[in-house]
Design a binder for this molecule. Structure first.
Ligand code: FAD
Length: 457
């Protein structure tokens, strides 16, 4: 028959495909269910066909055929996005890029990777092939390091473990180059370098298929893990600030948690004294003593420690009973909390420069049991940068809206995680270069339709 999907399927013979109901369902989902608002909107939206290319040439064949048959295309990496970014709103083709998983090359300070390479596997490859000049690693990764791909991180993520030293993906120099395949009858392979990479960064795959990514690498450190307890959230937050500001201590993670959060984190809960605020930290092992001194200055003490070998064994090989501690930070905190309390969801808040710690304490007082603060410290533009993924006990969309409005009145900037529309997501706004690039890379408007309010064709 002459349906576009049938035409596409025929054109793609020889490329791995799936269309059994279980695979279609699985590959059409991400972690949108963190949001009680997105859940009913996105549940059940499914692609008609999944393609699983292994090479760029196969991607080019798929792009050409989808353009010719006018089939919508939604790209997917690990499918760990939180906003339904990878959910195909108009069905069509789900393009699973996780088969493009090679290290293209790696040199001291820089590496080039295929878009479907998982972040943990990139770091494993860099570990197993150290350069003569030492070992390197990705500067930062989301807490979903194990499942997330580097393409998905660039197209749908923001920051993570390592951001307390290296900032975010959108910061100058964080992504050196991106290779993009356009969705046209005769696809082009474009190389975007320097600030041109912003055309596709955090664009939810609406404007081209990213096939390769070049990023700077950081010198590896023997990362030790620590959990610390503090009398109050204010003490823990001041410690987080001091550690983030201490350039002399090499660090990879500074997460700070309200006293009500540790009891919701399965293996962490028994380690924490009741009623205390918590910090989860990764520092270079030789500097663990300096870290403990910094904590003591703020009334904190170490309640759990793991050396670098054991921490790596947990991350790379699943050794031991305690997962890597970064799997309790960033949006993993929300995941653990959701498992014990189904009404939990979250917000994303940035704190205003100069008033960060005062706002932390004001929010703690103002929202009581409705909002439980979880801070993630970052280093950006030469200063400490405080962001938060507070847990929110959801009552209704209206109440959530009120809380967002109130947090903004108090001086916080909220990036709304309860929308799948790119234009609505607060500070992650699309800008003109992205819209212009879409006209060029996706002239038929087939890529991830529905994720942009104003599509430039
Ligand atoms: P996917 O979910 O597959 O895709 C994300 C978006 O990018 C989609 O719109 C997709 O269409 C598009 N896309 C994927 N690959 C390509 C490509 N090659 N070309 C063009 N477009 C593409 N995010 C953070 O930033 N920091 C965190 O610490 C963090 N923690 C998380 C914790 C949990 C428990 C969960 C569930 C999510 C978390 N996230 C976090 C969100 C998400 O895990 C990350 O952003 C991750 O990097 C997404 O990668 P992915 O491969 O799973 O992308």
């Amino acid at each position: 028959t002459a349906s576009p999907i049938n035409g596409l399927r025929e054109a793609l013979s020889g490329i791995a495909m799936a269309e059994d109901p279980a695979t279609l369902r699985l590959k059409s989902r991400d972690f949108f269910w963190f949001s009680p608002i997105l859940k009913p909107l996105l549940e059940g939206r499914e692609a008609a066909l999944v393609a699983m290319p292994r090479t760029r040439d196969e991607v080019i064949r798929i792009a050409a055929a989808a353009a010719r048959h006018r089939v919508p295309v939604t790209v997917r990496g690990g499918g760990t996005g939180n906003y339904g970014q990878a959910v195909p709103l108009e069905g069509g083709l789900l393009l699973d890029l996780s088969g493009l998983d090679r290290v293209v090359w790696a040199r001291p300070g820089v590496g080039r990777f295929e878009a479907g390479a998982r972040l943990l596997e990139i770091d494993r490859a860099l570990r197993d092939q150290p350069e003569a000049s030492g070992r390197w690693e990705l500067r930062f990764h989301p807490s979903t390091r194990k499942q997330a791909t580097i393409g998905g991180f660039i197209a749908g993520g923001a920051a993570g473990c390592g951001s307390c030293t290296w900032g975010q993906i959108s910061d100058p120099g964080a992504v050196l180059a991106v290779q993009v395949v356009t969705l046209e009858e005769t696809p082009r392979v474009l190389e975007l370098r320097g600030s041109d990479v912003l055309k596709v960064l955090h664009a939810y795959g609406v404007n081209g298929i990213i096939t390769e990514i070049e990023v700077p690498l950081a010198p590896w450190q023997p990362w030790a893990e620590r959990i610390l307890a503090f009398p109050t959230l204010g003490d823990a937050a001041r410690f987080g600030w001091a550690l983030a500001a201490a350039e002399g201590i090499a660090k990879k993670e500074i997460g700070i948690f309200d006293r009500r959060i540790p009891p919701m984190l399965k293996r962490v809960a028994p380690l924490m004294p009741g009623g205390q605020a918590m910090a989860i930290v990764m520092v270079s092992e030789p500097q663990a003593a300096a870290l403990a001194d910094c904590a003591a200055d703020h009334g904190g003490s170490v309640v759990y420690e793991r050396d670098p070998e054991e921490a790596e064994g947990a991350a790379f090989d699943g050794k031991g009973t305690m997962p890597p501690l970064y799997e309790y930070t960033w949006n993993h905190t929300t995941l653990h909390a959701l498992k014990v309390e189904s009404a939990i969801t979250y917000l994303q808040v940035r704190f205003p420069e100069g008033g960060e710690l005062a706002l932390v304490e004001a929010m703690e007082k103002r929202f009581g049991d409705e909002l439980l603060l979880h801070l993630e410290f970052q280093r950006r533009f030469g200063r400490v940068f405080v962001s938060s993924l507070p847990l929110l006990r959801f009552r209704s969309p209206e109440r959530l809206g009120e809380i967002v409005a109130e947090v903004e009145t108090m001086g916080g900037a909220v990036s709304n995680p309860h929308t799948y529309v790119l234009d609505n997501a607060g500070w992650k706004r699309t800008d003109a270069p992205q819209a212009r690039f879409k006209a060029l890379a996706d002239p038929h408007g087939l890529m991830n339709p529905g994720k942009l309010l104003e599509q430039t064709r």
